[in-house]
Design a binder for this molecule. Structure first.
Ligand SMILES: Cc1cc2nc3c(=O)[nH]c(=O)nc-3n(C[C@H](O)[C@H](O)[C@H](O)COP(=O)(O)OP(=O)(O)OC[C@H]3O[C@@H](n4cnc5c(N)ncnc54)[C@H](O)[C@@H]3O)c2cc1C
Length: 301
């Protein structure tokens, strides 16, 4: 398919970029490898997207998708495996399709590293986002599993909302910035359970019972919590594009204010780029900026 702007990924960032680009008079295709809507379709309840006191992730994604379709945006289901620069612009090659476009927006989001022992409870007491779901556990006891910057920051964030926070880490050292670590060590609401892994979990007394194994051969323990936050890291999905865009040490795409990458004509939006806050509002904001910047780029060709 030949169009003005090809958008890789139909999450909130990609769909918002499509809406802005289409409203700027450009022909747009979104190429999505899995489900339209991206990560948020996994959330039964969103309470922090302006304009909706409460909405399910699926309904929100559906609304945005229908808005994009009503503007003439096209959707193709495929995984984009490469972007090539050509005389006319760019060629995007997928597993089954090929697209040519004058400009590209990469909006590939990320995947959360999952905890197998908690997989059956995702969305029902197991969350991957403290900022999104922390409020649901106000005044309760929760656990965070992980030992990196995100896990420590999540524990600190939740300590301000919850009664008590267990931080479960398979080692005793944390891969976190010193300032964050100092705050962790000083916070009396956070109980560090070090050298422990979650072996399994079950429903108990309206909450969850976590069965922990000691990695140093010590005794197994059980911990009762209202909810578990998994913070084992993010997996960006940008490797296929690394010849045309700069990636940071974690694999996120680097870009400036206009969301332009190092290649003129390739823009980036949403969770897949290097940034500090990964939320729906920031994904939508990126989408708006990238969609408009891509349209402007074409106007100036
Ligand atoms: C369970 C859960 C609950 C959440 N709750 C909230 C909340 O309450 N409030 C909030 O603000 N945020 C919440 N978030 C975070 C929010 O969902 C994300 O910040 C936001 O959805 C990011 O949007 P995105 O478009 O950048 O990426 P994504 O939603 O990750 O979308 C990227 C899309 O790109 C596709 N893709 C990737 N690579 C390719 C490729 N090569 N070719 C084609 N397609 C590709 C993926 O399949 C995906 O559909 C939650 C996240 C999760 C997981």
């Amino acid at each position: 398919m030949n169009c003005d702007i090809a958008i890789i990924g139909a999450g909130i960032a990609g769909m918002t970029a499509a809406i802005y680009a289409a409203r700027a008079g450009k022909s747009v295709v979104m190429i999505e490898k899995e489900a339209v809507g991206g990560q948020i379709t996994l959330s039964p309840r969103v309470e922090n997207y302006p304009g909706f006191k409460e909405i399910s992730g699926l309904d929100l994604a559906d609304n945005v998708f229908n808005q994009a379709l009503s503007l003439g945006v096209n959707l193709d289901v495929d995984e984009v495996r490469s972007i090539e620069k050509t005389d006319e612009g760019f060629k995007l090659t997928g597993s089954y399709t090929e697209h040519t476009a004058k400009a590209v927006v990469i909006a590939t989001g990320l995947k959360h590293r999952r905890l197998e022992a908690a997989a059956a409870f995702e969305g029902e007491g197991v969350s991957y986002c403290a900022v999104c779901d922390g409020m649901f556990y106000r005044g309760k006891t929760v656990a965070v599993v992980g030992g990196g910057n995100t896990a420590v920051s999540d524990a600190l964030y939740l300590a301000d909302i919850c009664e008590k926070v267990y931080l479960i880490h398979r080692r005793s050292g944390y891969r976190a910035e010193k300032a964050v670590l100092d705050r962790l060590l000083a916070n009396e609401k956070i109980i560090r359970l070090e050298n422990k892994v979650i072996d399994s979990m079950e429903n108990a007394d309206g909450g969850k019972l976590l069965h922990l194994k000691d990695t140093q051969g010590g005794a197994d323990t059980d911990v009762a919590v209202a909810g578990l936050f998994v913070a084992l890291g993010h997996i960006p999905q940008n490797d296929a594009f690394k010849d045309l865009v700069d990636l940071d040490e974690f694999g996120f795409v680097r870009a400036g204010e206009e969301l332009l990458t190092k290649t003129p004509g390739i823009f980036v939006a949403g969770d897949c780029r290097e940034k500090t806050v990964r939320q729906l509002t920031t994904a939508a904001s990126d989408g708006a900026s990238a969609g408009l910047a891509a349209a402007k780029y074409i106007d100036n060709l």
